[in-house]
Design a protein around this ligand. Sequence first.
Ligand SMILES: Cc1ncc(COP(=O)(O)O)c(C=O)c1O
Length: 525
Amino acid sequence: MKVIFEYEEQTSTGHVLVSGEEEEEDNINIVSDELPKDLIRKELPLPNVSEVNVVRHYTNMSRMNFGVDLGFYPLGSCTMKYNPKINEDIARLGGFKDLHPLSPEICIQGSLQLMWELEQDLKKLTGMDAFSLQPAAGAQGELLGIMITKAYYNHEHEKKNEKRRTKIIIPDSAHGTNPATAAMCKFETITIPSDAHGNMDIYKFKESLKDDVAVVMLTNPNTLGLYEEKILEISDLAHSNGSLMYCDGANMNALLGISRPRDQGFDMIHLNLHKTFSTPHGGGGPGAGALGVRSFLEDYLPLPRIIKQKEQVQKKQENNNNNNNNNNNCKFTLDYTKRKSVGRVRYSYGNFGMLVRAYCYIKSWGANIRRVSEHAILNANYLLSLLKDDYELPYNRKCAHEFVLSSKKFGEKSALNIAKRLMDYDFHPPTIYFPLIVREALMIEPTETESKETLDRFASALRSIAREIKENPNIVKEAPYTKSISRLDEVAAARKPNLRWHAPPKSDEKGDRRGRPEGEVEGGG
Ligand SMILES: Cc1ncc(COP(=O)(O)O)c(C=O)c1O
């Protein structure tokens, strides 16, 4: 596909074809009302392309991409469920989209109420006592949780004069952001291997649980899509050791209305609102990684906190301030009292648009939200049952909302080849090579929004690829054939991205006025 600079220079940039001179004259007449004629440049290094070609160019480019509105997107661990469009409409209402972060409280009562109510819903779903909506991603929620852990122990140690807790226990199936967060907060990670059932090895865990362990950081269900079967024993052991329990709640899509992380013994949890509560994500954001904590950690949360005034207090304030036009008669207020807060992790209240979408999603399910997880689990187990004979299932258990297969019997790089070939069947590939403990891993998360018909088609594509590998392996090795590009050197694309267009050299000029002169741009892959 051409870049926009490569189109033939056209005489007209509008949607009606007029001659170049006519258009130039029109433009000069419009602009010269505002600017003196001698200051108007005749030439600008911009492409001269008609409106219809601009529209076609960008529409065609968007069709080279893949999104959840185009087809099945079973990217394990990412929860690429369909995002209901009603949530988009509501997030785009003027009162939400035009909100200024420095608006006075009195002008943003509706938005404060929305965030306060979202916090109440998240508390109900997780069993936690307080939430901060500030973190802008799951990883930032983790960071906040571990910053709070540090502050909590610093405070406790000062009180009790205890030994410093410098370690975090993390199982080897964890998402990479968990040990990365531990390292950012200058904790040492103790990695616990998984046992033959895909649980954290309880014996190794017990051996490692010493009085220098600050927190046990678990994902439940874990990244193999399996429930941690000994979770209650693990949290009891951790608590009697004086350690905290942190839940990476990125997999909450398996628990909604079914089980509360607080009841599993967790003291903190971050939720990936963009995944579980269906706000569009992918390509790096935006996200929302709300952090929930038990009451003894609430004072460490970032500021401001959103407070709902008790009815009597509010009435009293309203009477006192009857003719006084200040903010004291607000039902929802922002509390900046410092207590032990670790400080802000993000400007304003976080990614507010994401919060609106998550709020709409939760409210639209209401008391039936359990159905989301029930269907997600049903879909994953159904798909697993269709595929486990053609691929290997490393841990032969019923799964939660996702599952991990291995294609190692098809040889080295088979997971990569299968992922590429799936694109020819018009499916987004699953996550591959994660979790790291499964060789040639294919991590599949169908989500609750897919129909049986879609799951059947997907299973049939994967089975047919398994047959292709046996009968004619080269077909799979060179796939995809139907996309605008085939195989990329992904390492070079990431390490040496070629992000600038170079004008082809013109025989009569040193450089092209529309591109960059040669030699000016570095790199390029
Ligand atoms: C299990 C798990 N933990 C943490 C994260 C990090 O979340 P985010 O990408 O929002 O930073 C992810 C991301 O998908 C995840 O799957």
